[in-house]
Unconditional design. Structure first.
Length: 365
């Protein structure tokens, strides 16, 4: 995380070239307060952050404060080789020392406007640095409770600001009379707020407004996520319903029969009824194919013979009866033109009577 911390200058002087040289009290150990929005937690109003002296005075941390750029207020991003020429107004020195709970470091302000700003009363400093925030509840050696602590502190610039977080001690020392600002010149107390990852200095009131807006934005994002999830669920349900209807339509299409299939079914039905009547002259209207076969089998061999038998068994017995009927040439010859067999036990009597009735018509002798 990249955040800022306000510190100080001291023991200043102007050299013959007009450069301002001084010693600065920089990063302080102990507890410092941040707005929640400054440390990426807009859900919290204030956060106590603990900076252990082992982290502040580690060799890696001390080395990072040596020979880094000075800026007049914080730039919108960390200072690197890419933007140094545009934002730097000076540099820190080589040597970094411990002064009680502070770091003490020499610096030189080489930009005329920045020197003039310091002379006009802009005397406090703010360190821009990166660190890792470890979120945990703890207690500092002085008994103050904290919610997070800093580790891996790496400085990248020091900015001249109106008010510093480290207190009034963290200010530029005077080698000229102190200028007392008028009410119009009185600097405002500024807070550093992180907006989209960029540290921005604003007034206390501005920080509250930004925190409020960030909270509303977070709420809006949550509501949008809820709406999007509900929409996705509704669309999934609609897609499932459409898929079900499409499947039903496909099923109906599969069940539709063509004219050729109708003709084939009519032929098969006629053949079945003809076979049934050849075996037993019954009324088969309105019966299914299976019911016709069963009726014929019962008529020939009785109910008891097929009691408890499967449809496959009944179909097989029907096929046997059809084969038997096909083997009886007399019976087949006596079937009428309309496909009806003669009356039972007729033995050709009906045909004989028909010839007698037709004898008066004459014919071949």
């Amino acid at each position: 995380m990249h955040i800022t911390d306000k510190v100080s200058l001291g023991d200043t002087r102007l050299n013959d070239s007009g450069y301002l040289e001084a010693f600065a009290l920089t990063a302080r150990t102990g507890i410092q307060q941040y707005l929640g929005v400054e440390v990426g937690r807009p859900d919290l109003k204030l956060v106590n952050v603990y900076r252990d002296e082992k982290e502040v005075f580690s060799k890696r941390s001390l080395d990072s404060f040596s020979k880094i750029p000075m800026t007049n207020d914080h730039p919108g991003q960390p200072v690197t080789a890419a933007n140094w020429k545009q934002v730097a107004v000076g540099t820190t020195g080589d040597e970094v020392l411990r002064d009680g709970e502070y770091l003490k470091i020499g610096l030189k302000i080489t930009d005329g406007d920045a020197v003039a700003a310091v002379q006009a009363g802009k005397r406090e400093l703010s360190v821009g640095y990166s660190c890792e925030l470890v979120w945990e509840d703890g207690e500092a050696p002085d008994g103050t409770k904290y919610q997070a602590k800093q580790t891996n502190i790496i400085a990248d610039h020091i900015a001249i600001v109106q008010r510093g977080r480290a207190g009034s001690r963290a200010s530029i020392g005077d080698s000229w009379p102190q200028h007392t600002p008028t009410p119009e010149e009185k600097p405002m107390t500024l807070k550093t707020v992180t907006v989209d990852g960029i540290p921005v200095e604003v007034t206390d009131q501005g920080a509250v407004v930004i925190a409020t807006l960030q909270g509303r934005l977070a709420d809006a994002a949550t509501k949008l996520s809820t709406i999007e999830a509900a929409h996705a669920t509704a669309m999934a349900a609609k897609d499932a319903d459409l898929a079900k209807k499409d499947a039903e339509i496909d099923d109906l299409k599969a069940k539709q029969i063509t004219d050729a299939q109708i003709d084939e079914r009519v032929k098969d039905r006629g053949d079945l009824i003809a076979k049934a009547k050849a075996i037993h002259d019954g009324d088969y209207a309105g019966k299914s194919d299976a019911e016709i076969r069963k009726a014929v089998v019962i008529a020939k061999i009785g109910d008891a013979a097929i009691a408890g038998k499967t449809d496959a068994y009944i179909d097989a017995r029907f096929d046997l009866l059809v084969e038997d009927a096909a083997k009886d040439p007399v019976r087949q010859h006596l079937i009428n033109q309309d496909g009806k067999p003669p009356k039972p036990n007729d033995n050709g009597q009906q045909a004989y009577e028909q010839r007698l009735n037709d004898a008066w018509k004459g014919g071949d002798k």
